[in-house]
Design a protein around this ligand. Structure first.
Ligand SMILES: C[S@@+](CC[C@H](N)C(=O)[O-])C[C@H]1O[C@@H](n2cnc3c(N)ncnc32)[C@H](O)[C@@H]1O
Length: 199
């Protein structure tokens, strides 16, 4: 029987362990390695649909923590009473609106990804625009010493983006989790211990 190309080890495991998507294993590996998320944290999940990162984050922050998720698409499942979903295009979110609607965050995570066109340069440039917006949002909402993670497609903008982020965090790393599909150019930028952004 021909195997569905998406039906890999992580997809089967996610189904068995009742996660909403296989991408949960990327966040789990990042969090295990860099210790980003802690009990009681207030966390923002950008590009949260269908919800596996949110599921993981809710488990880590526990009952005392809170998670806000933003996406163009509304999750199909009710995830928890300490989860609030905002249906929005992140590119349209202004600092004033963000500070009015969302309290300061200990952690900002972003798995934002544009619909892929298959044209390398277009996909990379859309991905970096979303990553820059995620960093801009983190600059508005992250508490001092907070942590950040965001997805990017590797390309010519990766280096300048990393340099920019390096000015805002004590430590910045690029990391490719094991669950990333072999042919993907996806990588995660991790920012540890936020120092603040220039105003
Ligand atoms: C790879 S998926 C996220 C998967 C999610 N982390 C999970 O584990 O379930 C990327 C998400 O980014 C969202 N997205 C892309 N562009 C967006 C935008 N401009 N505003 C809000 N969400 C966006 C898509 O709707 C999609 O749900």
């Amino acid at each position: 029987m021909k195997q569905n190309k998406w039906d890999d080890h992580y997809a089967r495991l996610a189904k068995k362990e009742k996660w909403l998507a296989r991408s949960v294993y990327k966040l789990q590996e990042i969090d295990n390695k860099f210790k980003l998320i802690h009990k009681g944290n207030r966390l923002l999940d950008l590009g949260c649909y269908p919800g596996s990162w949110t599921q993981y984050a809710l488990k880590k922050v526990g009952n005392q923590g809170v998670v806000v998720g933003i996406d163009l698409s509304k999750p199909d499942h009710r995830l928890s009473s300490n989860f609030r979903f905002i249906q929005a295009d992140v590119m349209s979110l202004e600092p004033q609106w963000l500070t009015r609607e969302i309290s300061p965050r200990d952690v900002v995570i972003s798995d934002l990804a544009p619909p892929t066109t298959g044209i390398g340069a277009t996909d990379t440039s859309r991905s970096i625009s979303l990553a820059r917006k995620a960093l801009e949002i983190a600059c508005v909402l992250l508490k001092k010493k907070g942590n950040f993670v965001c997805k990017i497609l590797e390309g010519e903008d990766t280096k300048p983006f990393r340099s920019e982020a390096s000015g805002y965090f004590s430590q910045v790393r690029l990391f490719r989790p094991k669950a990333t599909r072999k042919r993907s150019r996806e990588v995660y930028l991790i920012g540890l211990s936020f120092d603040g952004c220039p105003s």
